[in-house]
Design a protein around this ligand. Structure first.
Ligand code: ATP
Ligand code: MN
Length: 460
């Protein structure tokens, strides 16, 4: 393997031989030379390769077309007039794999919708290549933040028998032959005969299991696949997505909010620092000004607001909404966006939601009506984080479960955390793709994950 093109571009001009490998993005001919833009995916802008037509076989040059893979050897010379410091003046070119005219990524601009149909080739485009680099950098930053702040990485199960508080519609996991499902004498499905001996699903959240490790190791985080049978076509929901769920013991909602802000700001800053070229690209061609927004957001404190305050603000503008806001209603995406975009003009953390619209495990406030929940809302997307302080009192938790008709025997291990050494603890969930969407300005969540899974979409 020779040097990466991103490294070669930083080298100085000189007589030493350099080898560059990659895929041809474009080829341009002048009378005497042929200009090839060579890209190996390690950076946005490729390396310009200049081939003197006299020195190369005409057949070779004409078979080097967009999409072909080649190896070029030569020396680096200072580039005249163009926007790069050096170019490769080729002395030897080897064609590894040609790409005939049927190559779907010819030079013209393609829509993101079309690119989704050729998801196996789309990382070779500027936009999807940039998304892939930013996504990888952000994933690294996630681990770096937690590892440097005393959190342990915990892997919670993907197949689970617990319903994780109905966070979303679940996909069932079974080895039953669907044409011949075992039934009990009463005619019900006999799950004791299924693979796990009980009904199982793909996880919608690792939180409950995460809590068990947080109440042992103090601070933990998960970062893994999550599945929700979201039966709607939105630009911010996938059926398979990656979620990051930190959980902290001896931590109240205030600490939870502080960590959420520090965490987001850390990954934003890290990405700005390490993906400068890609961020400039997004800011210029994808979402004008997104880079400045992310710089600003990574430095200024998020606005805080209670649910009650948020509803008051929304009611003042109720004519603007399809769904009229009122105290007790679930905050809709249009409301979330309005709060972040118009009222706060910044990310905003909304806290203390009515208990009826939140999960059973959230700590009840003294008013008996609201719970210690928080959502982080950002412009363009609405919610990117949902979190809370968890109910640490056994009695209160049992009472809440009863009200909601949840069976104690299904949560016996979860309740044990309140029976033995219970502590105040809090956590949150960040949808990784929503964070990538926010940073890159990409409109549709299906373009920030390599192979999106959504309703009627499971190709590749
Ligand atoms: P929403 O209201 O946007 O559906 P939610 O309230 O269902 O979100 P939570 O259950 O709190 O979300 O999940 C935590 C985080 O996971 C969300 O803040 C969001 O970033 C992300 N998330 C939830 N559902 C999806 C999905 N279907 N696709 C991608 N990310 C998701
Ligand atoms: Mn949801």
């Amino acid at each position: 393997m020779s040097a990466l093109i991103k490294e070669i571009k930083k080298m100085e001009a000189g007589p030493q031989l350099v080898t560059a490998e990659g895929w041809v993005r474009t080829k341009r001919d002048s009378k005497t030379v042929c200009f090839i833009e060579l890209n190996d995916g390690t950076c946005l802008k490729g390396l310009q390769v200049v081939a003197d037509k006299e020195k190369f076989d005409n057949n070779l040059l004409s078979s080097i077309s967009t999409g072909a893979s080649i190896v070029c050897e030569g020396t680096l010379t200072e580039s005249l007039g163009s926007d790069q410091a050096v170019e490769l003046s080729a002395s030897k070119i080897t064609l590894l794999g040609e790409a005939p005219e049927s190559y779907p990524l010819q030079k013209k601009r393609h829509t993101l919708e079309y690119l989704r149909e050729i998801a196996h080739l789309r990382p070779r485009t500027n936009t999807i290549g940039a998304v892939a680099r930013v996504r990888s950098t952000m994933a690294y930053a996630v681990h770096k933040f937690f590892q440097e702040n005393g959190f342990y990485y915990v892997n919670t199960p993907l197949i689970t028998a617990s319903d994780a508080e109905g966070a979303g519609q679940m996909f069932q996991v079974t080895t039953f032959d669907l044409d011949n499902i075992p039934k009990t004498e009463e005619g019900k499905i006999d799950y004791s005969k299924d693979f796990f001996g009980k009904k199982t699903n793909l996880t919608v959240s690792g939180q409950l299991e995460g809590e068990t490790y947080a109440t042992a190791l103090r601070n933990i985080y998960t970062f893994g696949p999550t599945f929700r049978a979201e039966n709607s076509n939105t630009k911010r929901h996938l059926a398979e997505f990656w979620m990051i769920e930190p959980e902290m013991s001896f931590c109240t909602l205030e600490g939870d909010m502080e960590i959420a802000q520090n965490f987001l700001q850390y990954i934003f800053k890290y990405t700005l620092e390490h993906c400068e070229e890609d961020m400039d690209f997004f800011s210029k061609f994808v979402e004008p000004g997104v880079k400045d927004t992310i710089i600003h957001v990574s430095e200024s404190p998020f606005v805080h607001m209670t649910y009650t305050e948020a509803i008051k603000e929304l009611e003042k503008s109720k004519d603007k909404f399809d769904y009229k806001p009122f105290w007790g209603c679930d905050i809709q995406t249009e409301h979330e966006r309005f709060l972040a975009e118009e009222i706060c003009k910044s990310p905003v953390i909304v806290t203390d939601y009515p208990k009826e619209i939140k999960s059973f495990y959230m700590k009840l406030n003294e008013d008996g009506k609201t719970v210690r929940a928080m959502d982080v809302l950002v412009p363009r997307l609405g919610e990117i984080i949902g979190g809370s302080e968890r109910e640490a009192g056994l009695d209160l938790l049992q009472q809440r479960m009863k009200e909601l008709g949840l069976r104690e025997e299904d949560y016996w291990w979860y309740l044990d955390l309140r029976r033995f050494g219970s502590v105040p603890h809090s956590g949150f969930g960040l949808g990784f793709e929503r964070a990538v969407q926010y940073v890159t300005g990409m409109q549709n969540i299906r373009d920030v994950i390599p192979y999106p899974r959504a309703v009627k979409q499971a190709d590749f």
